[in-house]
Design a protein around this ligand. Structure first.
Ligand code: MTE
Length: 322
């Protein structure tokens, strides 16, 4: 199997501490933000992005130069990853999420693992961080809307947690539930959506080594807008399968109903593997716009992870299982 994490000699702890680089970078920030905003607004079908993240709070992390994913694609800039977000519990406005999300209290935080498991357990986020060693994994994220990023996550395989829970013989799916806390998440007031945000995977998808529980990115703790303190990352599926701010992981027998599949099953099916040959009912999925780039690029089958995951779907008609 290909490696999806970069040189293990470069660890999160090797990255320059914030206090050192904040001063070094301060004078560059205004210019960088202006440039980043121009690039983003040029390559997404949105109004210009005006400094979405307070610069003092989120300088670009110093990261080893020339790091790419396993296909040679450059990392998306930190400001793109943390300033252009889908997180409907806060807002439908991608550039607004980063402004609203800091109000989320991510400590204390508990994740309940239960359902059809031998060892149900409620973990404090600090138990999770202490118990499961984190790796850096560089993955492409392809949103169903047609944009994409390359993100250096920190996290650990979901399988590590599930193995500790020991799924029972009749457990066939995993259901993920996101926090629903009205006082801190203004978007929850929107009655058009079936809160809380839920998602699901088949158990073998959940156990696949590429499926990550992430608690950080770019060598830093996960920003709230990206799903702090813990979120799922399933790189071969459209981004909406990767639930943020998870509070419950439940093993179940039947395929669970999910947030998006209950709203529009014909548009956002349970599987939702990235597939350039299967158009969304309202737009083509053949190409995507990488955030920070001007031209569209071809979308790859399973988002470029075909060798690793195609065998999970042997015998299934991928054009039917949207
Ligand atoms: N998780 C929750 N709880 N709420 C959301 O609105 N949006 C999804 C997914 N996870 C979403 C969510 C969608 S549509 C995408 S594309 C990704 O998060 C975006 O992740 P990012 O903002 O870290 O790029």
């Amino acid at each position: 199997m290909k490696k999806f994490w970069h040189d293990p000699s470069i660890r999160a702890s090797d990255i320059t501490p914030e206090t050192v680089y904040i001063n070094r970078r301060k004078f560059l920030q205004l210019g960088a933000v202006a440039l980043g905003s121009a690039a983003l607004s040029a390559c997404v079908d949105r109004p210009a992005l005006v400094n979405p993240v307070p610069t003092e709070l989120s300088p670009d992390p110093v990261y080893p130069e020339g790091v790419t994913d396993e296909l040679g694609d450059a990392l998306t800039g930190y400001k793109g990853i943390t300033g252009y977000n889908n997180y409907y519990e806060f807002s439908l406005g991608k550039e607004e999420v980063a402004r609203l999300a800091p109000r989320l209290q991510t400590s204390p935080w508990e994740v309940r693992v239960d359902g059809l498991v031998q060892n149900p357990k409620t973990y404090g986020i600090e138990d999770i961080l202490a118990r499961f060693p984190r790796q850096e994994r560089i993955y492409r994220l392809r949103c169903v809307e047609g944009w994409s990023m390359v993100i250096p996550w920190m996290g650990f395989p979901l399988a590590d947690l599930l193995k500790e829970a020991v799924p029972l013989a009749d457990a066939r799916y995993v259901k993920f539930t996101t926090l629903k806390r009205l006082e801190e998440m203004p978007g929850l007031i929107n009655p058009a959506f079936p809160w809380p945000y839920t998602e699901g995977l088949r158990l073998d998808e959940a156990m696949h080594d590429l499926t990550l529980l992430s608690t950080g990115l770019y060598g830093k703790e996960l920003p709230n807008q990206n799903g702090a303190p813990i979120r799922l990352v399933v790189p071969w599926k459209y981004g909406f399968k990767s639930s943020k701010s998870i509070v419950r992981i439940e093993l179940v027998k039947e395929q669970p109903s999910t947030f998006w599949s209950s709203i529009a099953p014909q548009e956002y099916g349970f599987y939702s593997n990235v597939n350039p040959n299967k158009a969304h009912p309202r737009w083509s999925q053949e190409t995507e716009r990488r955030i920070g780039e001007l031209k569209r690029r071809p979308t790859l089958m399973f988002n470029g992870y075909e060798k690793e995951v195609a065998s999970l779907y042997t015998g299934m008609d991928l054009n039917t299982y949207y």
